[in-house]
Design a protein around this ligand. Structure first.
Ligand SMILES: [Zn+2]
Length: 342
């Protein structure tokens, strides 16, 4: 059974190619983080090696070894993490050595099964040398080997690599489909499944990882609490917050990006509340706080704040001074009482 949720067009096409023995040498799976690219690649690896009639069975020795990451013919190449001098961790580029090691492996016959699958996770983060070296392998593909390149941003890949791959875009799934999968396949209670389905923005991998991970939800909750208290705070509190966030940005850009994404969902929810579209809000567990906050702001103030958050995200991506950008965002954060008169 293909474990991937909601990507029927892609899985149907892969199933047909497998049945006809016409699998491409290389596939590009494009989509946002946690949308299911790795699950799709792993399922393809299982289908390639599974002896059952209805492949992949998910239960045979081969399927299980692939799921556990133990199968010697399925190799995952990913960016290694390294620690910076400040104590935070960053991910390195995929190196030429990693590609060379893979090239050596594919020059040998598959060891456990008939087919080998190479998964390059985050292929857009290969060094220039690594990318050029991989291109040579894709130009003269070794027998019994399929490549899958998993990417968020295909624009950062060499066009010559893209042109050697069959491209598949995985789309985020609608809330009802994610919710249904969480309830039926993972046994998540309905209300919690609904919340997870909304906050994962259609990227079910995140929702699945959050099922038993209280920390992820607790962090989100703490960020929402600080956002609400900041909306009621004075200018000096807001500037202290901007400075803290700027320091955090220096250590861990992604976590600040996630906080701003959360801010966007909050202000978007306020906009939906104002327009009477409560059923579409993301933060369903904060319905009351949203209702209260929505009553405090006119539509124009909510619209301005949404615009300001988007601009801040863009400026941070373009390497603007983080403290300055975040201070401007704080200055644009409307005061509840003032907003009543705006
Ligand atoms: Zn199997």
């Amino acid at each position: 059974m293909w474990q991937v949720i909601g990507q029927d067009k892609i899985t149907d096409s892969l199933k047909r190619s497998l049945a006809d023995g016409r699998l491409a040498h290389a596939y590009l799976f494009v989509g946002p983080p946690h949308v299911g690219k790795m699950t799709l690649a792993i399922t393809l690896a299982q289908a390639l090696n599974c002896p059952a009639e209805d492949k992949p069975c998910g239960e045979c020795r081969s399927c299980r070894r692939i799921a556990w990451g133990k199968h010697s013919d399925v190799q995952v190449i990913a960016r290694a993490e390294t620690e910076t001098r400040r104590g935070s961790s960053v991910r390195k580029e995929i190196s030429i050595d990693q590609i060379r090691e893979m090239q050596h492996n594919v020059s040998l016959k598959p060891y456990e099964g008939d087919q080998r699958l190479i998964i390059i996770d985050g292929a857009e983060h290969m060094s220039a040398e690594a990318a050029n070296s991989l291109l040579k392998t894709l130009e003269e593909p070794p027998p019994s080997t399929t490549f899958t390149l998993l990417v968020v941003d295909e624009g950062s890949l060499l066009p010559t690599i893209v042109s050697r791959c069959q491209r598949n875009r995985l789309s985020p799934q609608p809330v009802p489909a994610v919710k249904q999968a969480l309830v039926e396949r993972w046994g998540v209670p309905s209300e919690r499944a609904d919340l997870l389905a909304r906050i994962c923005h259609g990227c079910i991998g995140w929702a699945i990882s959050a099922i038993d991970n209280e920390e992820a939800l607790a962090k989100r909750s703490a960020h929402l609490d600080s956002l609400i208290s900041l909306s009621r705070g004075d200018v000096s509190e807001r500037f202290v917050f901007a400075a803290q966030l700027a320091t955090q940005f220096g250590k861990d850009r992604a976590s600040v990006g996630k906080q701003l994404e959360l801010w966007l969902t909050w202000w978007r929810d306020l906009l939906l509340m104002k327009n009477g579209c409560v059923e579409f809000i993301t933060n369903t567990d904060r319905r009351e706080a949203l209702q209260e906050a929505a009553a405090q702001y006119p539509l124009s103030a909510i619209g301005r704040m949404l615009k300001s958050i988007r601009e801040t995200v863009q400026q941070l991506e373009q390497n603007a001074n983080p403290q300055l950008a975040l201070e401007v965002l704080m200055l644009n954060l409307p005061f509840e009482r003032e907003a009543n008169y705006a």
